[in-house]
Design a protein around this ligand. Structure first.
Ligand SMILES: Cc1cc2nc3c(=O)[nH]c(=O)nc-3n(C[C@H](O)[C@H](O)[C@H](O)COP(=O)(O)OP(=O)(O)OC[C@H]3O[C@@H](n4cnc5c(N)ncnc54)[C@H](O)[C@@H]3O)c2cc1C
Length: 483
């Protein structure tokens, strides 16, 4: 596991934190948790269950949370190879947004306007639902619903942003849900350089992601669900006349009527699943807490989150303790869907993120960056997330959220709970339920295609910044990825 500079003095022998230094290095968010990260006991015996959930990120935990709420009599357990929140859920940018991995236009084309609007409403509701559950369960995840702005900072981005607002109107998305901000208003919201305008949506909250996932794990336990940590699932089988599902972990075997796979970016490591979900790395940096005068020039108040219109996505928020947490793509895809802890640190990408942040906010020149981290998110071949449940086999899964999983996982968890308990709800009729994505190409085509796309985006951004003209190549990669 790569190092980050801790916010507190290094753990000493005998200090409770000495036990959790491995987890604190996962991200700034883990490092800033108020309580020690003490792993829960692993599975140490064979167990019969109604529902076994693999993975204690948001997807697995939301599923367990709603399932235990709908039917408290169910025997439900979550098995996690590390600790709850170890994956993307404890590392992300903390945008709890109504963004779905596919643009409205692409979704409307594929499933029609009614399906697109149903998904939009469900996503908007999910943003509020995360806040409502956090409040009800006493999870202090710094939930602040301040909306999100995508700045236009080049003439190419300006044209694209205006086009986005026009397209939204043509699809029936109201001014209240997405609107144009002129240069003055956009600059008031985010004091960045070269701001020409922006596209604003109110449907986004900034959160502290690790506080959410760790608090959710405790809420799930209060509902009677057991979470086994340090319990990697290494094998799955389905046998016997009644087709019993069995999961193998080092300490014991789970037998369950229903098995839910909630392993997102790590899925390729499971036997036989290498081509289902590709792990793409997103990387982040965090500054030290910024002095008040600097914060005044930066803006980004009240839980606002920000990005700009470049093709290679960037994203930022101001943390509750006055830092900027800022991330972006740019890390390479690793051959054969490789996942290694060393991939969380890519010095060239982290340096580029720091430089981009200072270019956005020159008043940050000279501030210290205290943390660098990253992690794998999950992508389906058609960039279309899905929730799937097969009643006959009892097998289900949710994922492929790309970089928009914080609130989408909540919707996935509610939907899986409905499907497992046989409820017919509006959520179970959304377009992503039962969607089947094609498998990714075999290597080396997968490696070539994904890294060529990355280069095309980088090249497109540079060309647009230099010439002000839209890059057709980068736009075509956007379209291929559902944007
Ligand atoms: C750096 C970064 C920034 C992001 N920023 C945002 C953002 O701002 N907004 C947003 O909406 N989305 C963002 N995302 C995406 C979002 O974080 C994810 O979509 C979401 O957290 C997925 O949750 P999950 O529970 O499905 O997966 P994960 O959180 O990855 O959880 C999967 C879990 O499964 C466990 N596991 C894997 N294999 C096994 C096994 N064999 N046995 C047992 N357990 C196993 C893992 O240890 C892990 O804990 C970001 C992602 C990253 C990496």
């Amino acid at each position: 596991m790569p190092t980050t500079e801790p916010t507190q003095s290094p753990p000493q022998a005998g200090d409770a934190r000495a036990d959790d230094s491995r987890w604190r290095r996962v991200s700034y968010w883990f490092d800033s948790l108020a309580e020690p990260v003490l792993p829960r006991p692993p599975l140490q015996a064979d167990l019969d269950l109604d529902v076994a959930i693999v993975g204690a990120g948001y997807t697995g935990l939301w599923t367990a949370y709603y399932l235990a709420g709908l039917d408290p009599g169910l025997r439900v357990a979550v098995v996690e190879k590390e600790v709850a929140g170890f994956g993307a859920s404890g590392r992300n940018g903390g945008w709890c947004s109504a963004f779905f991995a596919m643009s409205d236009a692409t979704l409307a084309e594929q499933v029609g306007l009614a399906g697109m609007h149903a998904m939009r409403r469900a996503m908007e509701h999910s943003v509020d639902e995360v806040g409502a559950v956090a409040a009800a369960e006493g999870i202090d995840c710094h939930y602040r619903k301040g909306g999100s702005i995508s700045l236009a900072r080049t003439s190419a981005q300006l044209a694209a942003a205006r086009g986005e607002v026009e397209e939204a109107r043509s699809l029936g998305v109201s001014q209240d849900d997405l609107r144009w901000c002129d240069q003055v208003e956009a600059f008031e919201l985010v004091g960045a350089t070269r701001v020409l305008g922006g596209v604003f949506t109110p449907h986004c909250a900034a959160i502290h992601p690790a506080r959410l996932v760790r608090g959710l794990a405790e809420a799930v336990e209060r509902r009677g669900v057991t979470i086994y940590e340090g319990s990697p699932v290494s094998g799955f089988s389905r046998a016997g006349p009644r087709g019993v599902n069995r999961l193998q972990t080092p300490g014991g075997r789970l037998r369950a009527d229903v098995v839910i796979r909630a392993t997102e970016g790590f899925t390729a490591r499971l036997p036989g699943r290498r081509r289902e979900v590709v792990p793409l790395y997103s990387l982040m940096v965090a500054t030290e807490p910024l002095p008040e005068p600097t914060l005044e020039t930066v803006g980004v108040n009240g839980g606002l989150t920000f990005t700009d219109g470049r093709h290679l996505i960037i994203y930022g928020q101001r943390t509750a303790d006055g830092r900027l947490a800022f991330g972006g793509r740019g890390a390479p895809y690793h051959f054969a869907s490789g996942i290694e802890e060393t991939f969380d640190q890519v010095p060239a990408v982290h340096s580029a993120l720091k430089a981009t942040l200072v270019e956005l906010f020159p008043s940050l020149a000279g501030v210290a960056f205290t943390h660098t981290w990253g992690g794998p998110l999950g992508v389906h071949r058609d960039w279309y997330p899905s929730v799937r449940f097969d009643r006959a086999s009892g097998l289900g899964s949710a994922g492929g959220y790309v970089g928009d999983g914080v609130s989408t996982t909540n919707l996935a968890g509610r939907t899986l709970a409905d499907l497992i308990t046989g409820r017919d709800t509006p959520e179970t009729h959304l377009c992503w339920v039962g969607h089947r994505s094609p498998p990714w190409e075999s290597e080396p085509l997968r490696w070539l295609g994904l890294n060529a796309g990355l280069l095309a985006m980088q090249w497109g951004d540079r060309t647009e910044a230099r010439t002000g003209r839209p890059s057709r190549l980068a736009a075509s990669v956007d379209r291929l990825t559902g944007h």
